[in-house]
Design a binder for this molecule. Structure first.
Ligand SMILES: Nc1ncnc2c1ncn2[C@@H]1O[C@H](COP(=O)(O)OP(=O)(O)OP(=O)(O)O)[C@@H](O)[C@H]1O
Length: 351
């Protein structure tokens, strides 16, 4: 279901949509026993709404533990939702293994942080890519078709000539080449959506830009809808069309990337940006979740703070922030820019 406000179908069309996405994990029995007799849960993701659009990159930015990977896994149908809905082209999706899952995975592919872990060390590039093509019915009928498809995949990720790479094992490739192979394998399904969970954070700083440029090129050439998960808000500005900021399981700000990174509205986004001082840096060697950046620690997700979850760390907190959950409120005059923050309640401005 394309929203009435989207562009022509070629770019901007809604592809994958999450509404009220929620995931609570039960706390393991041993820990639960230590803490309480009542049944405790980790509120990893609460009430997240987001839309991935054709030919667009959406960045999901936040500290370690804020729930970004869980959002990706829920969108990939790798875990059941606690609540909410995932829609593909407007149709609600609930798949549990088997043929429906394979059909879904054909359209929604995931790329993981560590390409070394996601590639099997005992198999060659040819094996990984052939398997992806076969599983998703894209290997053609003849061996010539298969060879052409393999060369096409490696060409798309700029590993050419293909013969140089096809018979290599993962350990014979550099980190960047491995991630390119992982991306080629995802493309073997001929997907519409790529969920890229920290795709460059384990790579050498010097090659991150090349892999991000490749993903951007793919989004443009193949009109992919891309979710780009990162700790590094500076890279979101460079790489993503839209940026969503997540804190302690909830989205707190969203808008086009230039606006969110250059005119951040939510006090948490401002802290994230202050902790990434060079705005042109695209490759954070440090992570916002590490150390004391941003002043204070993220809250417990077992008993998250009432109201705005950021209020215990917020320099602008008001009394209502500790009791009332702020909704998405429009910010300034940039269309689509919102913050879940009472500072932007029109009633605050007049009181
Ligand atoms: N299977 C699970 N069981 C219990 N808790 C979980 C599980 N998976 C994630 N969590 C918890 O959910 C919260 C969100 O984790 P998640 O990995 O989604 O965050 P993240 O923002 O992706 O962090 P990182 O960048 O470090 O991967 C964390 O508190 C984590 O410990």
């Amino acid at each position: 279901m394309a929203s009435p406000t989207t562009d022509a179908p070629a770019a901007g069309e809604d592809v994958l949509e999450a509404v009220g996405l929620t995931k609570h994990f039960p706390v393991r029995r041993r820990l639960r026993g230590l803490l309480s007799r009542t049944r405790l849960t980790v509120h990893a993701v609460d009430d997240v709404d987001l839309t991935l659009r054709r030919g667009r990159v959406t960045a999901l930015v936040g500290e370690s533990g804020s729930g970004k990977s869980t959002v990706a896994r829920l969108l990939a149908q790798l875990q059941p939702l606690t609540a909410g809905t995932v829609r593909l082209h407007g149709t609600p999706v609930t798949v549990r293994g088997g043929r429906p899952f394979r059909a879904y995975v054909r359209r929604v592919q995931m790329i993981f942080q560590d390409p070394f872990a996601s590639l099997n060390p005992v198999h060659t590039v040819r094996y990984h890519l052939t398997r992806a093509l076969r599983v998703h019915g894209n290997a053609g009928r003849s061996s010539a078709d298969l060879e052409a498809a393999l060369a096409g995949l490696l060409d798309r990720v700029s590993l050419t000539p293909a013969e140089r790479y096809l018979d290599k094992f993962p350990h014979e490739l550099s980190g960047g080449q491995r991630q390119r192979v992982a991306i080629a394998r995802a493309l073997g399904a001929d997907p519409e959506v790529l969920l890229a969970d920290e795709p460059v954070s384990m790579l050498d700083v010097s090659i991150r830009l090349g892999v991000l440029n490749l993903l951007r090129d793919l989004k443009e050439r193949l009109r992919l809808a891309v979710l780009y998960i990162t700790h590094d808000i500076a890279s979101a500005r460079y790489f993503a069309d839209e940026t969503l900021v997540m804190y302690a399981g909830r989205l707190v700000e969203g808008g086009d990337s230039e606006t969110v990174t250059q005119h951040p509205a939510h006090p948490y986004t401002r802290l994230l940006i202050e902790s990434a001082p060079d705005p042109d840096r695209i490759t954070g060697a440090t992570r916002a979740g590490d150390g004391e950046r941003g002043g204070g620690e993220p809250p417990s997700l077992i008993r998250p703070p009432a109201g705005c979850r950021f209020h215990p760390r917020c320099p602008a907190a008001m009394p209502r922030c500790g009791t009332d959950l702020p909704p998405r409120l429009a910010v300034g005059d940039r269309p689509g820019h919102w913050a879940a923050c009472w500072l932007y309640d029109p009633a605050e401005a007049t009181s």
